[in-house]
Design a protein around this ligand. Structure first.
Ligand code: GLU
Length: 264
């Protein structure tokens, strides 16, 4: 079965949605809602995979220092309400309806649950609704603490959702412009790679460790996610979440960030 070329999954991380004090960055929520609503008005089906629940919840509960699992899970439960409230408000301003889907890895492993999920996504999209997806962190701690945080940072979740929904494109928004030929935080002359045909060890070596303090991901988990999506034929782009306007350029086929062309 082929891909839906007009179906796009966009992933946004905690570092884009919160400011340096860990509070919600309303401008980021608003800009994202504005661009994604505009993209949907152009005839695309949009699925948003959003992190931010734990950071926003911790901030709301004044739990900055609390790193225990039970506090993180409690924070996720509180913060998820807050981020959905903000999305509902900002997407509402652009005349859009959103829906919340919370997932764990095993939801995708059981055939029956998987089928249900596919039907729910398809129905929401048919109805012109923008699903907003996050991990169900309050239910499963493995998501938050997995060794490589493969599912836990939402990068891999976004690739899994893209594969499940047979999306034509996956756009992973990061706090930097894409994959560089060396770490741009250490090397000011680092060059952005605009197209990467093959995700091999040499690319992982370029990815380095985790990204900002507030998210758990980094370039490595984004490459892992890209590797999965690309292997299913899905064009994957890593771009800067601070400039969501770039999404217009990307869907027009222009160059913004790093493109990993889908291969089958
Ligand atoms: N699912 C987590 C959240 O929503 C992801 C944490 C992250 O890596 O940003 O907070």
């Amino acid at each position: 079965m082929g891909l839906y070329q007009n179906r796009i999954v966009i992933k946004v991380g905690t570092s884009t949605l919160t400011n340096e004090w860990g509070k919600s960055d309303f401008r980021s929520f608003d800009r994202l809602a504005c661009v994604l609503s505009g993209v949907q008005n152009m005839g695309y089906e949009v699925i948003l995979v959003s992190s931010g629940a734990i950071a926003v919840g911790k901030n709301k509960l004044n739990l900055q220092a609390a790193e225990s699992m039970r506090h993180k899970q409690a924070a996720a439960a509180v913060g998820q309400c807050s981020i959905m409230f903000l999305y509902d408000k900002f997407f509402g301003d652009y005349d859009k309806t959103i829906a919340q889907i919370l997932l764990n890895a095993d939801d995708m492993e059981q055939e029956e649950k998987k089928e249900n999920l596919i039907h729910t996504f398809d129905t929401l999209l048919e109805l012109g609704i923008i699903p907003v997806v996050n991990e169900n962190d309050s239910v499963s701690y493995t998501e938050i603490e997995s060794d490589e945080k493969l599912f836990g940072d939402n990068d891999m979740l976004s690739a899994i959702v893209a594969v499940l929904c047979r999306a034509g494109k996956l756009i992973i928004l990061s706090d930097i412009d894409g994959l560089y030929d060396s770490d741009p935080r250490l090397h000011p002359n680092a060059k952005l790679l605009s197209r990467v045909e093959c995700i091999d060890e040499s690319k992982y070596a370029l990815a380095g460790g985790a990204g900002s303090r507030r998210g758990t991901g980094g370039m490595r988990t984004k490459l892992k996610a890209a590797e999965l999506a690309v292997s299913q034929g899905i064009d994957t782009i890593i771009a800067n979440g601070r400039h969501p306007d770039a999404i217009y350029e990307i869907i027009r086929g222009g160059v913004s960030g790093t493109l990993f062309p889908g291969k089958l």
